[in-house]
Design a protein around this ligand. Structure first.
Ligand code: NAD
Ligand code: DAU
Length: 341
């Protein structure tokens, strides 16, 4: 039985990826190493916790002793690194954990994987490493790296470390860079789950600036398929971009969410903009389409309806999160902005 190690598997994309792996590959063991930060939630994989092919290990990717023990005990073939601090606004409040996990953690994991001589390593990166676009053009894999937030700077640094391990040590790594994901189990600090949850509770939706920033939305299942295709069919040393071909201004997206939820546009509140706010992201996925045979398959309108439906049916999941530390963050992030308008 082959074995894949997934880090950050209790977060949004990692948990969707593990579910997909367990369903798609009956003869594969999946080990999930997650620190269970505020964003990690064991409930995300509750439906698989008794599966004998699945093993959860609570641990920090920056802990060399953890890797020493785990690699000595298990025969791990492939590693997919999702573990990260992932929210731009939090990186503006405090960049320390971003440097520690996203950069130092990646370096420690890379060294452990190199010593263990694994078959393949995949670094889950982001289109934010390319910076911001104007009204025209797309990010390709050749676009120069120009991160603008502490979050994207930390992800870029990790990508450069991965690249250097390929060049210097012949380490068998691949990097994927994807646009904004949406879908079930996304932590309600990100735009889509935050606005769904606020609207469901008749709380105002804080749109940054004029709401004219553009993001390219992709369903998490399409992203997970792209990661799987890259790991299994991609070439070592290559970068693959993934996007959803669904570019939309934040304000337009906000109005669509309200329309689908049957809530009034009067819930929209324009708040102070995010510092250094990237104006537009748009991905050219043609390399992945041509070389991996990948294509984004989920139509945004269908995917977002399904996602809203999931949040409506799983309001306990969001309520459990909101009863913890999350409200302190919400207050420090939005308290002044909402009252200062
Ligand atoms: P998330 O915040 O929902 O989950 C991150 C997970 O990593 C959590 O389970 C957390 O507990 C875990 N983690 C954090 N620090 C850790 C550490 N030191 N050791 C072990 N585990 C740790 O994030 P997400 O949205 O699922 O993103 C996953 C990855 O995908 C990240 O690397 C992110 O940069 C990348 N990405 C995200 C998007 C997006 O739209 N969300 C798009 C492109 C790329
Ligand atoms: O592009 C990929 C990236 O997408 C990932 O690498 C990140 O991990 C992920 O968080 C996401 O980053 P964004 O900053 O684009 O996502 P977020 O959901 O935070 O914001 C989406 C847009 O909505 C952005 O233009 C900021 C805006 N926004 C966000 C929040 C939370 C608001 O207007 N109001 C809000 O309250």
């Amino acid at each position: 039985m082959s074995c894949i190690l997934v880090t950050g598997g209790c977060g949004f994309i990692g948990s969707n990826y593990i579910r997909m792996q367990l369903e798609k590959y009956p003869d594969q063991k999946v080990i999930n190493v997650d620190k269970l930060t505020y964003a990690g939630n064991l409930e995300n994989l509750k439906d698989h916790e008794d599966d004998p092919r699945y093993q959860f290990v609570k641990g920090d990717i920056s802990d060399p002793a953890l890797w020493k023990e785990l690699f000595a005990k298990e025969s791990i073939n492939n590693v997919v690194n999702f573990a990260a601090e992932s929210h731009v606004d939090r990186s503006i409040l405090d960049s320390g954990p971003f440097v520690q996990t996203n950069i130092v953690g990646t370096q420690i994991l890379l060294d452990a994987c190199r010593s263990a001589k694994i078959d393949r390593y995949l670094q889950v990166s982001t289109d934010e490493v390319y910076g911001s676009l104007g009204t025209e053009g797309y990010f390709t894999e050749e676009t120069p790296l120009a991160p603008n937030s502490p979050y994207s700077a930390s992800k870029t640094s990790a990508d450069l470390l991965v690249r250097s391990y390929v060049k210097t040590f012949g380490f068998p790594a691949i990097i994927t860079r994807c646009s904004n994901n949406y879908g079930p189990y996304q932590f309600p600090e990100k735009l889509i789950p935050l606005f769904i949850s606020n609207a469901m509770n008749d709380i105002s939706l804080p749109v940054y600036g004029k709401g004219d920033n553009v993001r390219d939305w992709i369903h998490v299942d399409d992203h997970c398929r792209g990661i799987d295709d890259s790991l299994r069919k991609g070439k070592v040393g290559e970068v693959y971009n993934f996007g959803g071909h669904h570019e939309v201004q934040n304000i337009e997206l906000t109005k669509t969410l309200l329309e689908l939820l049957g809530k009034p546009e009067s819930l929209i509140t324009y708040v102070k903009d995010r510092p250094g706010h990237d104006m537009r992201y748009a991905i050219d996925s043609s390399k992945a389409e041509n070389e991996l045979g990948w294509k984004s398959e989920i139509d945004f309108r269908d995917g977002i309806r399904e996602t809203i439906d999931w949040y409506q049916k799983n309001s306990d999941w969001t309520d459990n999160i909101k009863s913890g530390d999350y409200m302190n963050y919400y207050e420090s992030q939005y308290g002044d902005r909402l009252s200062g308008q």
